[in-house]
Ligand binder design. Structure first.
Ligand SMILES: Cc1ncc(C[n+]2csc(CCOP(=O)(O)OP(=O)(O)O)c2C)c(N)n1
Ligand code: SF4
Ligand SMILES: [Mg+2]
Length: 287
């Protein structure tokens, strides 16, 4: 627990992948503050409810603003902040359940808006906080507390879903390399538009995927997480589609597209609006 939050009663389990994601976010926010000579208070972290969302209480060092909101509603909160305060760097942190189950309905609209926020999704393939129920990314056949005979639904493919919905920056990594992950989060924060960094963040208590992700030579297990080839062009949609058709988990930037952002359009619209008094406005409704 952060020394900044001695009253907050929450601890991650030993080895939880979210520790690495927290470190990566700290690196990325610090680097961004130094690069643009901005105070840490230029950043707002909007957290979902879940073990992952508790990251907002655990950050060390200079503190960004933080909102620990409602399960599944990180994106509406981030949308509100960005529309009111375009100068703030808004970062969403959420779990696979929060972002892809109850919160999934918000993905399409924010992708179409190209809302200029960065989302760091911690995918552990379960609902960790509520004791290990299956989530949208739990694989078929896996036994959890809510699927005692094995899950009978196919899993969601988050990266393909983001691409199909029109998310303009998509990156993927796992939690064990915080410095590398920080680099991706920095790129996502610099991207003008809706950016998602999807992180495999193993839950050591309910779904320990470290060995699968990193592989184990001694046991003949090939790593599931594989660096994206150097010749991959992330601006090419077809190449991104082809990359995501592989059974492995790509590590790096999958896709990137330059499009006008919602906040830029909003500022432009407001600049063109003629100011009117309440009386003049009321008259426009008169019959
Ligand atoms: C509206 C609402 N529905 C359900 C819950 C209960 N709940 C809290 S966390 C959670 C799932 C967390 O899973 P995930 O988002 O994957 O986060 P993790 O704990 O795995 O990091 C659920 C169902 C809630 N708090 N609020
Ligand atoms: S239950 Fe899983 S996700 Fe939650 S703190 Fe423990 S290891 Fe991490
Ligand atoms: Mg989860």
């Amino acid at each position: 627990m952060s020394a900044k939050n001695p009253e907050y009663d929450f601890k991650w389990c030993p080895g939880c992948g979210d520790f690495g994601v927290r470190r990566a976010l700290e690196f990325a926010l610090t680097a961004r503050s130094q690069k643009y000579e901005l105070p840490m208070s230029n950043n707002v972290v909007v957290a979902g409810i879940g073990c992952s969302g508790n990251l907002v209480h655990l950050l060390e060092g200079d503190q960004p603003f933080g909102i620990h909101g409602i399960h599944g509603r990180t994106l509406p909160i981030a949308f509100g902040i960005k529309m009111a305060r375009q100068e703030l760097n808004v970062v969403v942190v959420a779990g696979d359940g929060d972002f892809l189950s109850i919160g999934a309905e918000h993905l399409g609209p924010q992708a179409q808006r190209n809302l200029n926020v960065t989302c760091v999704v911690m995918d552990n393939g379960v609902y960790g906080l509520t004791k290990g129920q299956s989530s949208p990314t739990t694989h078929i056949g896996v036994k959890t507390s809510s699927t005692p005979f094995g899950k009978i639904e196919d899993p969601v493919k988050p990266l393909s879903l983001y691409l199909e919905l029109g998310v303009s920056f998509i990156a993927s990594h796992y939690s064990s390399k915080p410095k590398e992950l920080a680099g991706l989060i920095e790129q996502a924060m610099d991207h003008p538009g809706f950016a998602i960094v999807h992180v495999q963040s193993p839950c050591t208590t309910y779904n320990d995927t470290y060995e699968a992700l990193k592989g184990n030579k001694a046991k003949g297990i090939e790593p599931l997480a594989v660096p994206i080839p150097a010749d991959h062009d992330p601006t090419d949609y077809k190449q991104a589609e082809a990359l995501l058709s592989q059974p492995t988990i790509p590590v790096g930037v999958v896709y990137r597209a330059e499009r006008t952002t919602m906040d830029a359009r909003y500022v432009q619209m407001i600049a063109g609006v003629r100011e009117r008094t309440p009386e003049a406005l009321a008259k426009t409704y008169a019959i």
